[in-house]
Design a protein around this ligand. Structure first.
Ligand code: GTQ
Ligand code: FE2
Length: 360
């Protein structure tokens, strides 16, 4: 048999095999990558763009059935509803007097308040009031609506595990029969019950997978960061604190962890990489994060997405002011599946060589 005849026979066999919905492993070997090769890319949404766009949405789009939330699409993910492979981040605005209709869904949500004081999210009949820097949880399948009875707009970042829930074919969504869920608990009830550092009420027998504490106030968070100002910190993340489930000490949510980290003035942290993706929100100060050799210069209000296994290192650009990053991470998923791995970067004293600077 000639070489071209063999190739023709081979080609014909492959065509018939594909038509029968089969592929040879020899055709797929390139997908068994030596390490993760995410399709999501590192990207940054600048505060000025986010703020202008979300305000414009406030004028152009009424708050109808759906929430007025701008979903941050990762440019590497071909129009998929995703900021990382597992999570979506969004920026939501609620104008004075508005209510976002009550609903529930299996994706879990967090809100990190960017601007405005005194609006609320009601979660399963409990109103949780917002102030800048507060972290508010909406566990999977909990009824929720948002309301703003103040005379100023409120803006927050949403973080949800929507792409993960979609990949698992576990999406459920319902509107509530009325616009808002009747209140059945006092305001901030979860804070009164569970918001006592290291003191957990013994009579509460439920151990929900998501934290029963729905509000982590900026006051307490900032105070903790301040108290730790002279602590050792971490070589890669400096003063990084994980928000914890008050009963178990574990991640806040089964699918997402939340961190807040202070990078002290003048600090340049070392590079590392790990499985799992993250979305950062710059709460305060200014700094830079080098991701796979590219410099992302950030300031207050910017949002940055970090794909799995990307090398990254953070630095504070100021020598006198602290910089603070809030982040959501899918690490609990990787950990519970035995897929979490991390690796310190050891070349060049632990610092990457910068080859480019990010521009949107
Ligand atoms: O505010 O409940 O960005 O259900 C996406 C889905 C926000 C919300 C989002 C949601 C919400
Ligand atoms: Fe929702």
């Amino acid at each position: 048999m000639t070489r071209s005849a063999a190739t023709a026979a081979e080609t014909e066999f492959h065509e018939r095999m594909h038509a029968a919905h089969m592929y040879g492993l020899w055709e797929l070997a390139s997908q068994m990558t030596r390490h993760p090769e995410p399709q999501a890319i590192p990207y940054m949404w600048k505060a000025a763009v986010l703020e202008a766009m979300v305000r414009e949405a406030g004028e152009a789009v009424p708050v109808g059935e759906e929430r007025r939330a701008l979903q941050l699409f990762n440019p590497g993910l071909d129009g998929k509803w995703a900021t990382t492979n597992t999570m979506i981040a969004a920026v939501q605005i609620l104008l004075p007097g508005e209510v976002a209709r009550a609903h529930r869904h299996t994706p879990t949500a967090i809100r990190f308040i960017m601007e405005g004081t005194g609006a609320y999210t009601a979660v399963d009949g409990e109103r949780v009031y917002m102030a800048p820097g507060d972290l508010i949880l909406t566990p999977s399948w909990a009824w929720h609506d948002h309301g703003n009875e103040t005379d100023k707009l409120v803006v927050w970042m949403d973080g949800l595990d929507i792409p993960l829930v979609q990949a698992l074919n576990a999406m459920f969504f319902q509107f509530y029969s009325e616009r808002q869920v009747p209140l059945t608990k006092p305001t901030n009830a979860s804070v009164h019950l569970h918001g006592h550092a290291s003191l957990t009420p013994t009579w509460v027998k439920e151990r929900p997978q998501s934290s029963p504490l729905l509000l982590y106030s900026w006051d307490k968070t900032y105070q903790s960061l301040g108290t730790l100002r002279d602590a050792a910190g971490d070589e890669w993340d400096d003063l990084a604190l994980e928000y914890t489930h008050p009963q178990t000490g574990r991640a806040l949510l089964p699918t997402m962890a939340c961190w807040v980290q202070m990078i002290r003035p003048g600090k340049r942290l070392k590079a590392h990489r790990h499985t799992g993706s993250a979305v950062y929100y710059a709460v305060q100060g200014s700094g830079e994060t080098i991701i796979d050799g590219r410099r992302f210069v950030w300031e207050r209000g910017d949002i940055i997405t970090l794909p799995s296994w990307a090398l990254h290192e953070h630095a504070n650009r100021s020598t006198h002011d602290a910089a603070i990053l809030f982040s959501i991470q899918d690490r609990p998923v990787l950990e519970s599946l035995g897929l979490y791995r991390e690796e310190a970067y050891s070349d060049n004293g632990g610092y990457q060589t910068v080859t480019a600077t990010f521009k949107a």
